[in-house]
Design a protein around this ligand. Structure first.
Ligand code: FHN
Length: 588
């Protein structure tokens, strides 16, 4: 084993030692196909599909693939599932067909999830689908062939830290409670690296390896694993969840759409219902409208969308999943140009009616909230040559002008939304795309000041910060405050509300802080209270809380600055103040 470790280390060293520019160039090359693809299908499939959310006649709460952990099933008992796992209805061409008709450009399948069971032929561990099940076949071979035929990239998910089957790995505290006996490095050498090697050697070119839950990985271990992948297949991407920034791109949390300034390429995995692995009783399906809008939102922030299916133990993708994916696929057939190969919204903020994506010479307006008859976009400086409804290829009348210093583009539209889920309006742009990046009042009179664009004052290292959800958190020190600059075109009286964030699954929110908001020479003093929830379009599990702050009268249009300073901060649950945005809405 020692000899093997040395060989692996030697093989990896030259890559790990590459100069940053060479590494960056290699990464940019690897990322090319993925940026173009924007959309993939995730498949969580393993032994857990057999119990499908129930153990010994009792429902087990939570996501299906975690059943072994949640029900603390001993290894010896869980292993017996393998003897019954016989997916006779598995048909790789059908699965790849589902992905293809969804418009997905790649699939990522769980080669080994946290339960430790390899869904591929493995010499490194007998605990695999060929050796341990009556199926005796390697479904990954079939999938590799089917993907090749269909022009879909095959990618593997591999759980590198959690492996509840192994005494040296992370996660199984019920069979292996003695932490002092664990040798994580040995598990990495004996199982992880040999299996990653198998995955990258036996199935042809692989698009990416999706490592997950980096947990206790040391920096060197994450780097070594990433380097091993790149050494075996230089064009294979490594997911951000390999840990320590060693991946080729970042990952948002599960079912979470990053907002704000996203610095690196990123992806988000999303469930169609509330589980990844199949669960008989989970029928909480997302609607096609939600999925289509998520695809647009994620592309508008420069991300990659990975939509999950959890096939049954027989090898069937549930019909409810197939139908939803087909609806997304149909929409993409007509509107794919506004998703595939696009770049992010050129404005640093979202628009009140939807989102934007762009390509050289084209700007795509994804309209979620149909305004009826007329829509105005401010701040577009480039000349628009033509506007059209993308799916219908029918022209849209446009008028572009600058009045009172504001660039505005006015579009004449049908009264009813052609597609209530997301109607795409394509604009042909002359020359390079140029927008005014300043925060500004929108045509409906509202001003939204996102936390992601606030200037932070007095923020210490351990103090307030902007997380990847675009939320200001850890705001516990009242010396820290925020300010924004924005342009107002129409003065008047405005209701000011703060949009704040609850903890995940509604688990807690601190209120009762007193804040002072100053704008246009006025001060509003207010106590932050829960004035109701609002749906969070970026993450259903993380609801918004609205706090009404009061009314301000702004006498003159122009460039304004607004400051939000706390006077007292309550931290009963240790969350303190949170902020997603401030909204100024014209008062009637
Ligand atoms: O624990 C896993 C979970 O089971 C699932 O695989 C998701 C998919 O992103 N990843 C982990 C949690 O983030």
């Amino acid at each position: 084993m020692k000899g093997l470790c040395l060989l692996v280390a030697l093989a990896v060293l030259p890559l790990a030692g590459q100069s940053p520019s060479v590494e960056e160039a290699a990464r940019a090359r690897r990322l090319q196909w993925w940026r173009e693809a924007r959309f993939g299908m995730f498949i969580h499939w393993g032994l857990y599909a057999l119990p499908a959310g129930e153990w010994k006649g009792q429902p087990v709460a939570g996501i299906g693939e975690w059943i072994m952990n949640r029900a603390k099933i001993p290894v010896a008992e869980y292993e017996r599932l393998a003897g019954r796992f016989n997916p006779v209805k598995f048909n790789a061409d059908e699965w790849v067909g589902v992905a293809k008709s969804a418009g997905a450009k790649y699939i990522v399948i769980t080669a080994k999830h946290h339960d430790g069971f390899a869904m591929f032929a493995s010499k490194a561990s007998k605990y695999n689908i060929v050796d341990a099940t009556p199926f005796h076949r390697d479904p990954m071979k079939d999938l590799a062939a089917a993907c090749r035929k269909a022009g879909i990239r095959l990618c593997f998910y591999y759980s590198q830290t959690q492996d509840w089957h192994e005494p040296d790995a992370i996660g199984n505290t019920w069979d292996f409670p003695d932490e002092s006996k664990k040798n994580f490095a040995r598990y990495l050498e004996d199982k992880v690296k040999p299996q990653v090697r198998e995955l990258l050697t036996n199935y042809g070119p692989i698009g990416l390896i999706w490592f997950d839950t980096p947990r206790n990985m040391a920096k060197e271990q994450s780097q070594e694993l990433a380097a091993l992948v790149h050494q075996l297949q230089p064009d294979c991407l490594v997911s951000g969840r390999v840990g320590h920034g060693a991946g080729d791109y970042d990952s948002a949390g599960d079912n979470q759409i990053s907002v704000g300034r996203v610095r690196r390429d990123w992806k988000t995995p999303v469930t169609l219902n509330d589980t990844w692995g199949f669960k008989t009783n989970d029928q909480n399906w997302k609607s096609p409208a939600v999925l289509i809008r998520q695809a647009a939102q994620i592309a508008s922030r420069g991300g990659n969308y990975l939509l999950n299916v959890g096939p049954t133990a027989e090898g069937v993708i549930p019909q409810a999943s197939v139908e939803r994916l087909a609806a997304v696929g149909q929409w993409l057939k007509a509107n794919g140009e506004a998703i595939y190969g696009t770049s992010a919204n050129p404005y640093p903020y979202d628009l009140p009616w939807g989102v934007l994506t762009t390509k050289p010479g084209r700007l795509f307006m994804h309209v979620f909230e149909w305004p009826g008859k007329e829509l105005t976009l401010y701040g577009l400086k480039s000349k628009v040559k033509r506007g059209s409804l993308l799916a219908k290829e029918s022209p849209v009348e446009i008028r572009q002008q600058v009045s009172a210093g504001v660039d505005s583009l006015r579009l004449q539209l049908p009264t009813a939304a052609p597609d209530a889920r997301d109607t795409v309006i394509a604009l042909d742009i002359q020359g390079d795309l140029e927008v005014d990046p300043s925060l500004m009042q929108q045509p409906d009179g509202t001003v939204t000041l996102p936390a992601s664009l606030a200037e932070m004052h007095n923020a210490s290292e351990a103090g307030m910060r902007l997380d990847s959800r675009g939320v200001i958190e850890r705001w516990l020190n009242k010396e820290e405050w925020l300010s924004w600059e924005f342009k107002m075109h129409r003065a008047g009286t405005f209701e000011v509300v703060a949009i704040t964030s609850e903890q995940k699954y509604g688990k807690g929110w601190d209120g009762g802080h007193t804040v002072v908001l100053s704008v246009a020479g006025q001060e509003l003093r207010s106590t932050m209270k829960n004035d109701g929830r609002e749906e969070n379009p970026a993450n259903a599990y993380w609801p918004y809380v609205i706090s009404k702050i009061g009314k301000v009268a702004i006498g003159k249009p122009g460039k304004l600055s607004l400051a939000l300073k706390p006077e007292t901060i309550q931290a009963e649950q240790k969350f303190g103040l949170t902020l997603i945005s401030l909204r100024l809405v014209p008062a009637h």
